[in-house]
Design a protein around this ligand. Structure first.
Ligand code: ADP
Length: 896
């Protein structure tokens, strides 16, 4: 997201930079007039054949006439012109304009003067225009001409007689543009203080029948506009030059813009009558061999020239149709170039290259279309060259830049792809991946020294996984950087080192640190490339690390299994063996290779021995059971592997243990039978002696000791027997009214308490409390707790027995204000044979078995015991039993 925005900003900056520099270049080129020729020749497209007003006819002094009257028309007998003029006037020509210089007197001048006078006074009042040519412009063009007109230092004037007989005198000079083409026409001129008009303008005025004397009053100048009549106006430059139009190409036979007839045809009356009626007739050299009066014009096809008289005809036609051309305003043109260049650059900033090309063609053709529309409606010739450049060059440059950038990007992503592929092929071997990564970094960044740090075997600490060169020693700052990188998960420069972690799922699994002094690139770019690479390789490194770890763990598990003395086997729910260890094979023999089946191993056993195991495999809880196979006893622990629904079975041979237990039971039974009687007798006789005889006080004292020692031994034996019996006892459970049981035991103990002057009270407000259990065991438990309270509470103390219950728990408590138990002793209190040794207990005899029995019974009923006590303050023992205390044959999971 951020990267996207950055990219956009970068592109925009690039476009602005490119646009403004290009705009500057274009403006400079435009200002110094570079490409003017191209620009001018481009304007030629504006000149297309347009129908004329058909008010102009050209009488050509052609090759035929030249060969009839001589090569130089100025030297012909003027009688020829007089004859011509006569014919034209007779036919009703409105204006006859001679595009010829009659500056030297010649033979027949008088006849011409006469003909001119006749024509002017004829019915049609034909106007006569004679041509002159101004010589040398003062000052030169481009100089200071405030008048908006040209000033000639001299002119080739017609002879005085001819001039006097004519209506108008017109300057026939033409001025080519820098490309040699004639586009401009003069308007007003001055020569020796006399004002004059261009040949075309003079002919036009004559056509309008404006007398030459009044012309100065009709024609008005306002700034750069010359009002020829109030309706028709010319836009002129500082020299009074204006842009004429062309209505067709130079005349060729069969394709003529203006009607052209040969002078010979006119004088020989080969032209139909009325051909010249009311027309402007221009007389001049047309399309003659070797004539110099021929010029390149924009409307011509390449190489074709137009004769002077034709150019004048086009100029007059321009005035007749009021179609003078206008060039764009210079300031506007400059602004336009800048605006178009910048605008186009911005427009090309974002699209991809095909769109840029399309945009460019649309814009360029749009500009050209606009130019033609403006030309068609306003006669304004928009600059075609510079705007076209302004619209096209930024697109081409921008595409070029795009291609360069894209190529570079592609090369880089190809490189990354190549490298990632190579790395992926190494799959899970860190030893092979790391050198490849290192190699890529060296190639990509020119990094001469660096190291890749990866997590160690325990995935706790960083160690150098690969370094180049081999002896590259990471500096202490690198280690700091590694830690920093690990914490912030960011790349950074630390001193002379560049550090980039490879991050997988927001956790760094490796860190690349480079000696930044050795990197040949700008810091920012190098970091970006390195980050891209690390993003690509991070998953591979992670996989390799995990794979390594799994391999190691598998090794450990396999070693443990192989060396375990217990037989371990992995089976599915039907008992098919998936794998087994050495001990299993040694104990039960090798399983069948083709169809290894656990129960095939036990095929010789009676099915009642094996079925419990078979049943357990169908359940989904871990279990422990005992099983006899081959005359030996096994404790079988089963744990379910939930992902595969397979069982791990561990067979422990407990034959020896069972033997021992039997031995122990036998020993205790023997003790009960064989020791109890003699001890009772010892105690009995000791009492007899004491009662029957008068004894020395010392002897009586010894006898008492014998009696109490015998009694202690008896108690010990009784309690041992009880405990053993309780543990071995899996007698029937019954529903017991626990409140009643407590009350019975309570009353048995009342005499003892009374003897010690103790206050023994009970709070059995819970009413009847039902539970499933063993009566004898529970009585023993209650009795032990009440007995202890009486025993360990000094004479006159208080003892309270309570029973309560809620929905889930039955709670039995015995509280006394006796000697209490130090905190340190409380933890071991319920272990067998443990007794608190203190001054307070020194004279109280006991075996340390009572509380362990209490715990045994409580746990056998799925309950628990606890004590709250403070030395010297008293104790509170409690037992909590679940309301439904049902003994299960399987072991509960928390028992394992
Ligand atoms: P015994 O009473 O035979 O020594 P027990 O297992 O019943 O064995 O008790 C273990 C020890 O816990 C006792 O030796 C005694 O120090 C301490 N003890 C038991 N009950 C109390 C009690 N109500 N007040 C103080 N100490 C007690």
């Amino acid at each position: 997201m951020l990267a996207q925005r950055n990219l956009r900003r970068q592109r925009l900056q690039r476009a602005v930079l490119m646009g403004s520099s290009l705009a500057l270049v274009f403006i400079v080129l435009w200002w110094v007039g570079a490409f003017t020729q191209v620009r001018l020749s481009l304007t030629s497209v504006y000149f297309t054949s347009v129908p004329t007003s058909e008010r102009i006819v050209i009488v050509a002094l052609d090759d035929a006439a030249l060969s009839a009257y001589g090569r130089s028309p100025a030297l012909w007998s003027r009688a020829v012109y007089a004859d011509l003029l006569g014919h034209l006037a007779d036919d009703g020509a409105r204006v006859v304009a001679f595009d010829l210089l009659f500056s030297e007197p010649a033979e027949g001048d008088a006849q011409l003067v006469e003909a001119m006078q006749m024509a002017r006074t004829s019915r049609t009042r034909t106007r006569i225009v004679l041509a002159t040519a101004g010589i040398q412009v003062q000052p030169a063009i481009g100089g200071d001409t405030r008048q908006g007109q040209l000033e000639f230092s001299n002119a080739l004037m017609p002879t005085t007689e001819l001039l006097a007989a004519a209506d108008y005198l017109g300057y026939a000079n033409v001025f080519p543009d820098v490309d040699g083409l004639i586009r401009r026409q003069i308007s007003q001129v001055s020569q020796s203080g006399q004002n004059g008009y261009a040949f075309s303008l003079a002919s036009y005025l004559a056509y309008l029948r404006i007398p030459a004397l009044l012309a100065g009053q009709v024609i008005e100048r306002d700034g750069d506009t010359l009002f020829v009549t109030p309706e028709s106006r010319l836009k002129t430059d500082a020299n009074g030059l204006w842009l004429q139009n062309y209505f067709g190409p130079p005349s060729v036979r069969g394709n003529m813009t203006f009607p052209v007839v040969s002078v010979l045809d006119v004088v020989n009356e080969r032209v139909e009558t009325g051909f010249f009626t009311d027309k402007i007739v221009l007389v001049g050299l047309v399309d003659t061999q070797g004539a110099t009066d021929r010029y390149p014009v924009p409307a011509a096809e390449a190489g074709r020239l137009m004769s002077g008289v034709e150019i004048q005809a086009n100029a007059i036609e321009t005035l007749l149709q009021d179609r003078a051309l206008v060039e764009m305003d210079t300031a506007l043109e400059g602004v336009l170039i800048v605006v178009l260049t910048l605008g186009a650059s911005l427009l090309y900033a974002y699209p991809r290259w095909p769109l840029k090309l399309i945009l460019m063609s649309v814009l360029v053709s749009g500009w050209w279309l606009l130019a033609f529309v403006v030309f068609g409606t306003q006669n304004v010739m928009l600059n075609l060259l510079h705007p076209t450049l302004a619209l096209a060059v930024p697109a081409i440059l921008s595409i070029g830049l795009d291609i360069t950038l894209e190529t570079r990007l592609r090369r880089r992503s190809e490189f990354l792809l190549e490298s990632t592929t190579a790395i992926s092929e190494q799959r899970l071997s860190l030893e092979r991946i790391l050198p490849l990564v290192a190699n890529d970094i060296q190639r990509m960044m020119d990094a001469k020294r660096g190291a890749i740090w990866v997590l160690d075997d325990d995935m706790r600490d960083w160690v150098i996984g690969y370094a180049w060169p081999d002896d590259y020693q990471a500096t202490p700052s690198t280690k700091l950087a590694v830690l920093a990188a690990e914490r912030s998960l960011q790349s950074q420069m630390q001193g002379h080192d560049m550090v980039v972690p490879t991050v997988y799922q927001q956790r760094a699994n490796a860190v690349i640190s480079l000696d930044a002094k050795q990197i040949n690139r700008s810091e920012g770019r190098a970091l970006v490339s390195l980050r891209e690479l690390t993003a690509q390789v991070a998953p591979n490194i992670e996989n390799a690390l995990l794979y390594n770890q799994v391999l190691r763990q598998r090794d450990i598990v396999e070693t443990v299994l192989a060396n375990s003395p217990a037989s371990i086997v992995l089976v599915d729910q039907r008992g098919r063996i998936v794998s087994h260890n050495q001990a299993f094979e040694q104990t039960f023999g090798p399983p069948d290779e083709a169809t290894p089946d656990l129960f095939d191993q036990f095929a010789d056993e009676p099915s009642e021995n094996i079925n419990p195991l078979r049943d357990q495999l169908q359940q989904n809880t871990r279990f422990r059971l005992e099983m006899d196979v081959g005359g030996r006893s096994y404790q079988v622990d089963g744990a379910l592997v939930e992902t595969t629904l397979q069982w791990v079975l561990v067979f422990n041979d407990v034959t020896g243990l069972i033997e021992l237990t039997r031995l122990k039971t036998r020993m205790i039974r023997m003790a009960s039978h064989d020791l109890k009687n003699p001890l009772s007798r010892v105690s009995g006789y000791a009492q007899l002696i004491e009662m029957s005889t008068e004894l020395e006080p010392e002897v009586a004292h010894f006898l008492k000791h014998i009696d109490s020692a015998a009694n202690e031994m008896l108690t010990l034996i009784t309690e041992l027997l009880d405990l053993e019996q309780l543990q071995a006892d899996d007698g029937q459970r019954e529903t017991i009214d626990f409140a009643r049981l407590v009350a019975e035991v309570f009353s048995r103990h009342e005499p003892d308490a009374t003897r010690k002057g103790q206050q023994l009270t009970k709070d059995l407000s819970a009413g009847s409390v039902q539970l499933e259990g063993q009566h004898r065991q529970l009585s023993q438990m209650v009795s032990n707790l009440i007995g202890n309270a009486i025993k360990y509470t000094p004479d006159g103390g208080n003892i309270v027995v309570r029973l309560s219950q809620n929905d889930t728990v039955i709670r039995f408590e015995v509280e006394d204000d006796g000697i209490g138990i130090p905190k340190a002793a409380q933890a071991k209190l319920f272990t067998e044979f443990y007794r608190v040794k203190s001054e307070a207990t020194a004279n109280i005899s006991g075996t340390g078995l009572g509380l362990s029995l209490v715990r045994s019974v409580a746990e056998d009923h799925h309950g628990k015991v606890g004590v709250v006590s403070e030395a010297g303050q008293g104790s509170l023992f409690f037992v909590e039993l679940p309301t439904k205390a049902v003994k299960s044959t399987t072991l509960e999971s928390d028992g394992m």
